[in-house]
Design a protein around this ligand. Structure first.
Ligand SMILES: Nc1ncnc2c1ncn2[C@@H]1O[C@H](COP(=O)(O)OP(=O)(O)O)[C@@H](O)[C@H]1O
Ligand SMILES: [Mg+2]
Length: 259
């Protein structure tokens, strides 16, 4: 059976002056999957998400969400139809508590305008619990450490009740243990029925949570396939991962094969 496409970009392009930050990107995201998006710094990953989520105007190309043309829609409208995102540079409302931060997401999301404030707050508490921050719910955002700021980002985005969620480097700056619990949380989000596009440099996380990976370089598609295919692709190794990674990866595979 053909899987259903939830989001499709056709030849999506963004120029900043003379710079082609995103150039003719054709991407399909399938309902229910976790798609990885990787590539060197400056490859255009964040810009691509900024275009889809209506944060910046598109130069050319088309964007379809569940078959509907959403090209050029503003961010608030994109949020209302069920698309949310986190930010690479976390942007909490610093003078507000954790609970208030998540409540803002609940008001602006997919179903926010149809919910009473009591219902919204119940939802907020459930999400704060879901991301493991119940003990911090009355703390101000500027009192939080990086791992909790990242979790707050996730709770804010989930409060919008998205069908499709873009995660932009939510694991950057985390230690090994924290990465593992972040991976478990991303899987749990997916099990709630949310389709995900995950931008990440942590290859262990890409291999551990994604079904499929899309690689960008210089604004363009470089490769796509299963994590295994992509990480062994000579072009991807050359442009992004480097020979050291390839050797280590092959060694680990050889060890795994022996066990
Ligand atoms: N608002 C902007 N104005 C000008 N150039 C930008 C802007 N945003 C991003 N860029 C440039 O676009 C390219 C892609 O950036 P970005 O999408 O942030 O890459 P990535 O997320 O893959 O690291 C980079 O060369 C970056 O400097
Ligand atoms: Mg980025």
């Amino acid at each position: 059976m053909e899987r259903e496409v939830i989001l499709e970009s056709q030849s999506v392009t963004k120029h900043f002056g003379g710079l082609a930050a995103v150039e003719k990107v054709n991407m399909k995201i399938y309902q229910g999957e976790i798609l990885g998006l990787i590539g060197p710094n400056g490859a255009g990953k964040t810009t691509f998400v900024n275009i889809i989520t209506g944060m910046i105007p598109i130069t050319s190309g088309k964007v379809y969400f569940k078959g509907r043309d959403i090209t050029g829609w503003p961010a608030y409208k994109v949020g209302r139809i069920g698309i949310a995102r986190t930010f690479q540079i976390v942007k909490p409302f610093r003078g507000m508590s954790v609970r208030e931060n998540v409540a803002v997401g609940a008001m602006f999301g997919h179903t926010g305008h149809t919910r009473s404030s009591k219902e919204a707050l119940e939802k907020v508490d459930e999400l704060i619990d879901f991301v493991g921050m119940s003990h911090l719910k009355d703390r101000y955002a500027d009192e939080l450490t990086i791992p909790y700021l990242k979790r707050l980002e996730l709770a804010k985005a989930l409060a919008m009740e998205p069908e499709l969620l873009f995660l932009d480097e939510v694991m950057a700056g985390l230690h090994t243990k924290e990465i593992e619990s972040a991976m478990a949380l991303v899987r749990k989000i997916n099990e709630r029925g949310v389709t995900l596009l995950v931008i990440e440099h942590v290859m262990k996380a890409i291999v551990g949570i994604t079904n499929r990976v899309f690689v960008m370089n210089f604004g363009q598609e470089l490769a796509q396939g299963t994590p295994e295919e992509v990480l062994n692709h000579p072009v991807v190794i050359k442009a992004y991962l480097g020979e050291k990674f390839a050797q280590r990866h092959m060694k680990q595979k050889a060890v795994a094969a022996k066990v």
